[in-house]
Design a protein around this ligand. Sequence first.
Ligand code: ATP
Ligand code: MG
Length: 199
Amino acid sequence: MAPRRIGVLGGTFDPVHNAHLVAAVDARHGARLDTVLLVVANVPWQKAGGRAVTPAEDRFALVEAVVADVEGLEASRLEIDRGGESYTADTIEELDAAEPDAELFVIVGADIIGRLDTWKRIDDLRRRAGLIVVNRPGIIGGFSDEGWAHGIQIVDIPGLAISGTDIRSRLVAGRPVDGLVPPAALRLIRDRGLYAGPG
Ligand code: ATP
Ligand code: MG
């Protein structure tokens, strides 16, 4: 039997949005992955300290609600259950130990590429995984990362200038986010009163 091919799309998902969904399903299709895990960061160490991050359980609930309707996508609590700061290298190590025969692929948007060298234990990660890069509007270029166990693949997605940052500021300002955030997530945002602006 062919080894299972598992993609890992890690993120803060604060909140999950349609570009995350497109990235995940196109990476799954383009790289012939069996499953894509949307791994919700517990403490996104590159972001913590800068701004208030929404509680991990809320961010996870939004992702879980969204993937329920999409074949081949799963919400993963690995990093939340592990606790502490979230490093993709630890996550890949854990997945690798649980399923040694599987082929693991880290999926990132093009904005992440230039920062990969700052990731904890990036060499460990490269040894165990492949890399899948999806394009992101405003990001051009140019990377020369080598040494990924299962190579690097570019997956071309329709450019979607959607970001968590923009969605948060829209919600705070009372502006609409329909079409940017999947309805299942938007319902939960309203129910839980997340990202509410003053007053
Ligand atoms: P924030 O603005 O808070 O950083 P974000 O929209 O970048 O939010 P993240 O949770 O930081 O969302 O991103 C998770 C992953 O999804 C990253 O690999 C990121 O590059 C990718 N991603 C997010 N938005 C897009 C997009 N519009 N196009 C392509 N990839 C994206
Ligand atoms: Mg981001």
